[in-house]
Design a binder for this molecule. Structure first.
Ligand code: P53
Length: 477
C-alpha cells in the first residue's frame, strides 16, 4: 500500500486579489476583480463599468496581506505549511496588460514575498491567472475573445518565469479554466476570461473562442516555462465538480457523461494535447465558426501540462430532459438537479467526500498524470467569542472526511498526489459572493461584509488541528 509521499506538500491556498488588498499600491492596475461589488448569500456580485464612487469593492483592501505578509507568513510557518499557493496579480506586473515593459515595483513585491516564504521553509506554488486579468484588456480588447491577449499573457508568463525561476517550481496557468463551461453565468465568463456578453451575442460560441485562446496561451506558457527551467512543473487548474446521473436511467447516465465532457474538455486539451472528437463535431453542428488554426493545434500538442491541479468542493447531479436533442447538450444552470443523498452547506454546496476519491480516480484513468489538490474547504459563518476563540469543529469534520478519501485514492487506488493545499486557510474575500463572512480559514481575520474590522488575526481550532495533520503527515486526523 503506497503512502503519501515523504515530501508531500501540505499547504494552503489563496489568490492575490482575494487577500492582498493594496489595489493601487506600487503602480498596480485595475483588475476585473476590482470592478466587482460585494454580494451576499444568494445575491450576485455586480460588475460595474469601471471603478465607481460609492460602491463597496471588497477586493480593493481585502485582508491587506500586502502590508501584513511578514507577520502572516510567521503564522503559516507556525502551522507547519510546506507550500503556499497564491497567484501573481497580473496587474502588478503589467498594470494594463498590454505594456511592453513590466512594472518593477510589482516584481519586487513578489520577490520579497517569496523570499519571506522560502526563509520560513515554505515553497510558493503559483497560479498565473486567477480571476484577476487587467480590466484594460476587457475594455480595449473584449477580454479573451481577442487573439491578441495570447501574446499579452505569454509576455506576462515569460517575465515571471524568468524572474522567479529559482524560487518557484510548481506553476499553474489558468485558475479553474473550466468554470466558464457554465456559459450562461456572467460571473464565470467575466472572472475566467474578461467576457461581457453583448445583446444578441451567442455566449456559448464566445466562451468556446475565448477558452480556445486560453488553452493555446497555456500550452505556449508550458513550452516557454520548460525552456526557462526544465525543472518547472506546470499544471492545469480545473474546478472538479463530478456530475452524477440523477438515476440509473440510461438517458440520465448519458446526460451525465455529456455534462462531464462539457465541463472537462479543457483538461482533455491541456493534458492530452488535442480536442475530444465530440466537441469538434458539436462546434461544427452549432456553426460556431471558431478561429482554431492548424498552427494552434500543433501548439496544443506540444504544450501539454505536467500535472493536474484541481479544486474540489462538491458534486452535482443531472437528469435528462424528456426531449433531449441528439447532442444532449449540457447547460449547467438548467440541467443541474439536487442530490438527495448528500448534505449541503449554507451556500447550497453539496458535501460529498467520496466524490473526491471518485474524481481522483477519474483523472487518473483519463490522464495518468500526477495530481495536486490545490483547493478544498468549507465556507461557513464562524462565531468568535470574547476571548477570540472560534470552535470550528464543522470545518475540521469536512476537511477530515475529505483527507480520508484523498488518502484512499493514494493508498488503495495508486494515485500519484503531489500535495494538498486547502482553500482560504486564512480568511479572505469570497470569489463568488465577495463576502468576508463566508469563511474558510484556520486563521480568523477580523473584518466583516461591510468592510469593517481591526484586521487582527486569531487562530481557530482548525489551526491547531491542521498543524497536527501536517506534523503526522496525515496520519493523525
Ligand atoms: P467562494 C465556484 C465553484 C467552485 C469553486 O469559492 C469556485 C467557484 C467560484 O466561486 O471558485 C474557487 O469564494 C476559486 C476561489 C474561490 C473558491 O473556489 O465563492 O478558485 O477563488 O474563492 C471558493 O466560496
Amino acid at each position: 500500500m503506497a503512502k503519501l509521499r515523504k515530501d508531500f506538500l501540505w499547504g494552503g491556498a489563496v489568490a492575490a486579489h482575494q487577500l492582498e488588498g493594496g489595489w493601487q499600491e506600487g503602480g498596480k492596475g485595475v483588475s476585473v476583480a476590482d470592478v466587482m461589488t460585494v454580494g451576499a448569500n444568494g445575491v450576485e456580485r455586480r460588475i460595474t463599468d469601471g471603478v465607481q464612487p460609492g460602491e463597496n469593492y471588497p477586493n480593493h483592501d481585502a485582508i491587506d496581506f500586502y502590508h501584513h505578509y511578514k507577520d502572516d507568513v510567521k503564522l503559516f510557518a507556525e502551522m507547519g505549511l510546506k507550500a503556499f499557493r497564491t497567484s501573481i496579480a497580473w496587474t502588478r506586473i503589467y498594470p494594463n496588460g498590454d505594456e511592453t515593459e513590466p512594472n518593477e515595483a510589482g516584481l519586487k513585491f513578489y520577490d520579497d514575498l517569496f523570499d519571506e516564504l522560502l526563509k520560513n521553509g515554505i515553497q510558493p506554488v503559483i497560479t498565473l491567472s486567477h480571476f484577476e486579468m487587467p480590466y484594460h484588456l476587457v475594455t480595449e480588447y473584449g477580454g479573451w475573445r481577442s487573439r491578441k491577449v495570447i501574446d499579452f499573457f505569454v509576455r506576462f508568463a515569460t517575465t515571471v518565469f524568468k524572474r522567479y525561476k529559482d524560487k518557484v517550481k510548481y506553476w499553474m496557468t489558468f485558475n479553474e479554466i473550466n468554470n466558464q463551461a457554465d456559459y450562461n453565468a456572467k460571473f464565470a465568463l467575466f472572472t475566467n476570461s474578461g467576457l461581457l456578453i453583448k445583446p444578441g451575442e451567442n455566449a456559448e460560441a464566445v466562451m468556446y473562442q475565448a477558452a480556445h485562446y486560453e488553452t493555446v496561451a497555456s500550452a505556449l506558457a508550458v513550452q516557454i516555462g520548460h525552456q526557462i527551467n526544465p525543472n518547472f512543473q506546470i499544471g492545469a487548474m480545473i474546478a472538479m465538480v463530478p456530475i452524477y446521473p440523477a438515476s440509473p436511467d440510461p438517458r440520465d447516465v448519458f446526460k451525465a457523461e455529456r455534462a462531464m465532457q462539457s465541463r472537462y474538455w479543457f483538461a482533455d486539451v491541456q493534458a492530452n494535447g488535442r480536442y475530444p472528437s465530440w466537441l469538434t463535431e458539436y462546434q461544427k453542428a452549432k456553426q460556431m465558426n471558431l478561429d482554431i488554426t492548424l498552427a494552434d493545434l500543433d501548439v496544443l500538442k506540444a504544450g501539454t501540462v505536467d500535472y493536474i491541479g484541481f479544486s474540489y468542493y462538491m458534486s452535482f447531479a443531472v437528469k435528462a430532459k424528456k426531449d433531449e436533442p441528439a447532442a444532449f447538450d449540457y447547460q449547467e444552470g438548467v440541467d443541474k438537479v439536487e442530490n438527495p443523498t448528500v448534505e449541503r452547506s449554507e451556500w447550497g454546496w453539496q458535501i460529498d467526500p467520496v466524490g473526491l476519491r471518485y474524481a481522483m480516480n477519474w483523472f487518473n484513468d483519463r490522464y495518468r498524470l500526477p495530481q495536486f489538490i490545490v483547493e478544498n474547504g468549507f465556507g461557513a459563518v464562524d462565531k468568535i467569542d470574547a476571548q477570540h476563540h472560534v470552535y470550528d469543529d464543522y470545518r475540521i469534520a469536512y476537511l477530515k472526511a475529505h483527507i480520508e478519501q484523498m488518502k484512499l485514492a493514494v493508498e488503495v487506488d495508486g494515485v500519484d498526489l503531489i500535495g494538498y493545499t486547502p482553500w482560504g486557510f486564512i480568511d479572505l474575500v469570497s470569489a463568488g459572493t465577495g463576502q468576508m463572512d463566508k469563511r474558510y480559514g484556520f486563521i480568523y481575520v477580523d473584518k466583516n461584509d461591510e468592510g469593517k474590522g481591526t484586521l487582527a488575526r486569531y487562530k481557530k481550532d482548525s489551526f491547531y488541528w491542521y498543524q497536527q495533520v501536517i506534523k503526522s503527515n496525515g496520519e493523525d486526523l
